[in-house]
Design a protein around this ligand. Structure first.
Ligand code: AP5
Length: 222
């Protein structure tokens, strides 16, 4: 399956993407993780990215499309693809359509995770992430077994540079303006391929809903 995950900052895209990728043997590509890795490398491109990311702005389309096109084209074992955080604008979605059509591997589904904005700031400001393996936690909703330490690899957890409240509010405004219109973009192409999930439920309940729906889709196609 090739799936795009849509949702506001803090909707739970990264949390669910890791679980779904394991469950359905898909390659999980997170544009945020890929851009953060470049940023922390200290390269010239990384320094440019930091100016956008730390301010809660989108990185320009041409840069993101180039970086993500390379990642998508890289040969990998997994046949499926789960895109998390990309595309995020209509021009990015068009570029992705062109690339996937050229690869003969069009999108199967768009999974949109809905969460009311009232829940988002608490979710994001309480997030802690593992700088080694990328696992995400929440100090209240998804705490690690030992405070501040990754369950999976034992590294010390960190808070992202863009998870401060004022930056989160900027990211939400950018989402509403530039990313939310993608739901309509995909619905106009094929409304049957756009699925909505209630992301206000607890993490395991969201996973259960998504696994059930995607499992049914996979069976109907296979
Ligand atoms: P990116 O890393 O993609 O950030 P985002 O979209 O803002 O999403 P988040 O990672 O904040 O949230 P998420 O939905 O993954 O939530 P998570 O699962 O972690 O992008 C960062 C920046 O990179 C952008 O601002 C931009 O500058 C740049 N960028 C990236 N892609 C780009 C693109 N395509 N074009 C241009 N620029 C781009 O969950 C959040 C927290 O809530 C966690 O603590 C988690 O434990 C908790 N949680 C998750 N689910 C639940 C639940 N159901 N109940 C309670 N808590 C939950």
């Amino acid at each position: 399956m090739r799936i795009v995950l849509l949702g506001a900052p803090g909707a739970g895209k990264g949390t669910q993407a890791k679980r779904l990728a394991d469950r359905f043997h898909m390659r999980h590509l997170s544009s945020g993780d890929i851009l953060r890795a470049e940023k922390s490398s200290g390269s010239d491109l990384g320094k440019t990215l930091a100016q956008y990311m730390d301010a809660g702005k989108l990185v320009p389309d041409d840069v993101v499309v180039r970086v993500m096109a390379q990642a998508i084209a890289a040969p990998r074992q997994e046949t499926g693809l789960l895109l998390d955080g990309f595309p995020r604008t209509v021009p990015q979605a068009r570029a992705l359509d062109v690339q996937l059509e050229a690869l003969g591997a069009p999108l199967d589904l768009v999974a949109a995770i809905d969460v009311p904005e009232s829940l988002i700031v608490e979710r994001i400001t309480g997030r802690r992430s593992c700088p080694q393996c990328g696992e995400a936690y929440h100090v209240r909703f998804l705490p690690p077994r030992q405070a501040g330490v990754c369950d999976k690899c034992g590294s010390r957890l960190v808070q992202r540079d863009d998870d401060k409240e004022e930056v989160v509010r900027k990211r939400l405004a950018v989402y509403r303006e530039q990313t939310e219109p993608l739901v309509e973009y995909y619905r106009r192409k094929d409304a049957g391929k756009v699925l909505f999930f209630d992301g206000a439920k607890a993490p395991d309940a969201v996973t259960a809903d998504m696994v059930e729906t995607l499992g049914r889709y996979q069976q109907s196609e296979g």
